[in-house]
Design a protein around this ligand. Structure first.
Ligand SMILES: Cc1cc2nc3c(=O)[nH]c(=O)nc-3n(C[C@H](O)[C@H](O)[C@H](O)COP(=O)(O)OP(=O)(O)OC[C@H]3O[C@@H](n4cnc5c(N)ncnc54)[C@H](O)[C@@H]3O)c2cc1C
Length: 382
């Protein structure tokens, strides 16, 4: 090791969306900020996701308010960082009466604010170009934003460097962190506060602390389908989403639907399949996904699982165009909480989003964690 490489007020380990959100919050607190990552650019969950900043359907008490705040930050950051918002809102047509009951119950909660429950005929009038199959009803939410994750995250990093004064270190694995020091093989960075945002890297830093939060991994299969010849005004989900997203699934009215789905689409539930269809600028569709849990999920694409996703696509939107790209992504996951931030030494904090909602919540989590840890006021984004 070759001594001290640099000194900053704040060091962030990890340049995924969670690390960048912490870096933004620290910069807004007026701190000098360093970001260090083992890779020269983000390659993990943060660029493999749908780029779907989802508010409606998030867990009611913590994640829904966090997602609302994070959405606000996205709307402030995106134009400044040159990040395009490709779609806004959500259409969730359902084909079962039990699913309509869930949506009706959802609309009675505060989470239904500004959402609409519409009939099949109304949906066709609102989105005339989308070839929706017949549905019992559809939820329309205005809240969601859709960015192209693989473009948005690098643009966010570039803007943080250019406009917010954040320094990005040359690629290096951080092999140890303790009060005031983040150690790499090339030397160490000194900082009064260190935020470790390791994503699904559960074993490198503070593995015991992470294990105390019952964190494992979740592997997802994703596809890009050729442009279908129509524009989707907003991303689309389906009945299966009501069994996965806690904002719906935790409602008592979801139980009959989940029982019906088990009977009718058991293989989908078994593979953790639900449907999100988002559209990119070139018209191609980002479609997924599945959920396979384990500490070391295999890295392979399973055709049978993609087939289940495509079955659901076809039940909602008709014949699926050809797949032109496939990938897997992995995020940290826990049955015990959706995210946590733990102080592991004086001035050293570990933040992990342990569910599939980091793009939707990281900006708000970063604000909350960083202002709490630094006990500092935070400025609006200039
Ligand atoms: C397929 C898929 C679809 C998803 N869809 C959505 C969605 O539509 N909406 C949504 O809200 N969320 C979605 N998610 C979840 C979301 O992508 C994650 O919650 C989020 O990206 C996690 O961000 P992160 O910064 O914690 O992790 P990562 O993006 O994995 O970043 C962690 C970074 O830390 C670095 N690192 C770790 N340890 C070290 C170390 N010791 N030294 C140096 N560097 C280190 C890694 O190199 C990595 O760059 C999806 C996830 C997947 C996989």
């Amino acid at each position: 090791m070759s001594g001290i490489i640099g000194k900053f007020d704040v060091a962030v380990v990890g340049r995924g969306i969670v690390g960048l959100a912490h870096a933004l919050a620290a910069a807004r607190c007026g701190k000098s900020v360093l970001v260090v990552d083992r890779n020269a650019r983000a390659t993990g969950a943060s660029i493999r996701n749908f780029g779907f900043v989802t508010v409606t359907g998030q867990e009611r008490h913590d994640m829904w308010p966090l997602a609302r705040r994070a959405r606000e930050v996205w709307t402030q950051v995106a134009p400044r960082a040159g990040i395009a918002i490709h779609q806004e809102g959500l259409a969730l047509p359902v084909r079962r009466k039990a699913a309509v009951s869930v949506l009706e119950a959802f609309m009675q909660t505060e989470m239904g604010e500004q959402c609409r429950l519409v009939s099949d005929a109304q949906l066709r009038r609102i989105d005339p170009a989308t070839p929706f199959a017949a549905c019992e009803a559809a939820l329309l939410s205005p809240h969601e934003l859709r960015v192209e994750a693989r473009e948005a995250v690098p643009l966010l990093a570039a803007w943080l460097e250019r406009e917010m004064g954040v320094t990005f270190a040359p690629p290096a694995s951080v092999i140890a962190c303790e009060q005031g020091r983040a150690v790499t093989a090339d030397g160490e960075y000194h900082a009064e506060a260190i935020f470790v945002c390791p994503g699904d890297d559960l074993n490198a830093l503070f593995p015991r602390v992470i294990a105390e939060h019952a964190v494992t991994r979740c592997k997802l299969q994703m596809m890009r389908l050729a442009a279908p010849g129509f524009r989707l005004p907003r991303p689309v989900m389906s009945d299966l989403g009501l069994a996965r997203y806690e904002g719906y699934a935790a409602l008592p009215e979801a139980q009959p639907l989940i029982a019906q789905l088990r009977a009718e689409q058991g293989a989908h539930l078994e593979a953790g399949v639900h449907l999100i269809v988002a559209q990119s600028a070139d018209g191609s569709l980002v479609v997924g996904d599945s959920h396979d849990y384990g500490d070391a999920p295999d890295p392979f694409h399973h055709e049978a699982v993609d087939r289940l996703v495509l079955d659901e696509f076809e039940a909602v939107l008709g014949p699926a165009p050809q797949a032109i790209e496939r990938w897997v992504g992995v995020y940290a996951s826990s049955p015990e909480q959706n995210w946590f931030s733990r102080t592991v030494a004086d001035g050293v904090h570990v933040t992990v989003v342990t569910c599939g909602a980091g793009m939707s919540t990281a900006f708000a989590i970063g604000e909350r964690v960083v202002t709490g840890a630094l006990n500092a006021p935070i400025k609006e984004i200039a």
